[in-house]
Design a protein around this ligand. Structure first.
Ligand code: PLP
Length: 451
């Protein structure tokens, strides 16, 4: 639907009167953008302003905007069979589960839900029930990291380690505990990155012992902490966490909601490391957000404990929309596009180019660190390079506003932990052209020069 430019102010008025926006304070002079269309990596607002969407929406539109074949896949499926509850089955759900299992290297069962939060809730419920049916009913606690985000629902928010996302919504679910994140940039002076990461992984072990090892059901973590500030671990960290899980009989749940589907330069973020997770959750890039869909992939031998005929031993969890046929059809087509256009390899290549070109920004007095994996980048801004004092909210906001003025949308790790919201984030569509990447680089260089 095309909207005349003159309608803009009345649209904003109606928006202000009726729409309550996600995680945004009300600022009279800063109304939300009303986005009308998207093509490739670019979005256009109702006033005709074009922006390169350097955040792929919320880290999710991996194949870019305007893909007619995704719309057609949804249309065709809706006409043929619009809805099947997942108590039964349908062709796209079956084909997608097989495809995902292939991408994961096999050995998983696929449970469908609607959102990343849902997928993590399923992981928590499954893990608790598994331990109960596996003769270890005392295991109910989950460990995760401060600064990491795992979703907005009460369980997923409990696992989240971002105090500002929880503030005023507590008390949350009991049994969720947190350890320090691996923040190599702020490691103690004189300590190697590797030693520091081992130390951080061992914090899990310490917590397990303090809490009594037979009470711990699972550890949930992203391959790298994304929304909490792009905290990339040394491989030794991830591998050590798996080792600890195995040592204590704890399930390792890997949250691939952002890292999945090529974002980090591999199909799944955990594939950078020598690990085989027990449970993997995914959403966002699964459909490139054209329709809502999420997945909890569970090791088959865990699934086996739910197959016995004892009363109440099946997984008693249902959601109406999970595994929606059109969403599954879109996911299949989305994966076809990712493969056909080699977007996973492209992510690795473009991420490397971005890092190489932006390396010179490390000299800037307000840039403390630049880090990332694949086409995912964080720029940690500081007031003072020596003390690493985090950049003020105003400085971070002015940088984001300057990018927007130049036509580039970038993000930041907002509302996470007080004093740690100073990391600019970039997660552009993996389908970015070479010109798009040049544009991102030139805008960032320009705005930092002028800062
Ligand atoms: N896990 C991670 C790592 C996320 O980044 C998010 C959302 O940003 C979620 C889970 C929750 O996903 P959703 O917003 O689809 O519920």
């Amino acid at each position: 639907m095309k909207t005349a430019k003159t309608d803009v102010s009345s649209l904003i008025e109606k928006d202000r009167a009726n729409v309550w926006h996600h995680i945004s304070p009300y600022i009279e002079e800063k109304p939300p953008m009303v986005i009308q269309s998207g093509q490739g990596a670019w979005i256009t607002d109702h006033q005709g302003n074009r922006y390169l969407d350097g955040m792929s929406g919320l880290w999710c539109v991996n194949v870019g905007y305007g893909r007619e074949e995704l719309a057609k896949a949804a249309y065709d499926q809706m006409v043929e069979m619009a809805y099947v509850p997942m108590t039964q089955s349908h062709v796209p759900a079956i084909e997608l589960a097989e495809k995902l299992n292939d991408l994961l290297g096999g050995g998983y069962m696929i449970f469908y839900s609607n959102s990343g939060s849902d997928a993590n809730e399923v992981a928590f419920k499954l893990a608790r029930q598994f331990h109960q049916q596996n003769g270890e009913p005392s295991r109910f606690k989950f460990l995760s990291r401060h600064r990491a985000y795992h979703g907005s629902s009460m369980g997923a928010l409990s696992a989240t380690g971002q105090a500002l996302r929880k503030f005023k919504y507590e008390p949350l679910a009991p049994g969720f505990l947190h350890v320090s994140p691996p923040d190599s940039y702020r490691r103690p002076a004189g300590m190697s990155v590797e030693d520091y990461n081992i130390m951080r992984a061992e914090e899990f072990e310490q917590k397990i012992i303090w809490e009594q090892k037979e009470t711990i059901a699972g550890i949930i973590m992203e391959p790298l902490i994304t929304g909490g500030g792009i905290l990339t671990p040394h491989p030794v960290y991830v591998e050590k966490v798996q080792e600890i899980c195995r040592k204590y009989g704890i399930l390792l749940i890997i949250d691939e909601v952002i890292c999945g589907f090529g974002r980090t330069g591999k199909y799944f973020g955990h594939q950078h490391f020598g690990i085989k997770p027990d449970i993997i959750t995914m959403a966002k890039g699964l459909t490139s957000a054209y329709l809502p869909l999420s997945v909890t992939a569970v090791r088959k031998d865990i699934y086996e404990t739910f197959k016995n005929s004892a009363e109440n031993s099946h997984f008693r969890h249902v959601n109406t929309f999970g595994g929606n046929p059109a969403a599954c059809a879109v996911a299949l087509k989305n994966l076809e596009i990712i493969e056909r256009e080699r977007l996973v390899e492209r992510s690795e290549l473009l991420g490397a180019r971005l890092q190489a070109e932006l390396a010179e920004l490390k000299e800037h007095p307000h840039v403390g660190d630049i880090r990332g994996l694949g086409f995912l980048l964080g720029i940690e801004m500081v007031e003072n390079k020596e003390t690493k004092e985090p950049a003020s909210a105003e400085r971070v906001a002015s940088l984001i506003a300057a990018c927007k003025k130049e036509g580039l949308i970038i993000g930041k790790n907002g509302d996470t932990v007080e004093g740690s919201n100073n990391v600019l984030t970039l997660s552009p569509p993996l389908s970015c052209t070479d010109d798009d990447v040049e544009f991102i680089i030139s805008v960032l260089k320009k705005v930092f020069t002028e800062l």
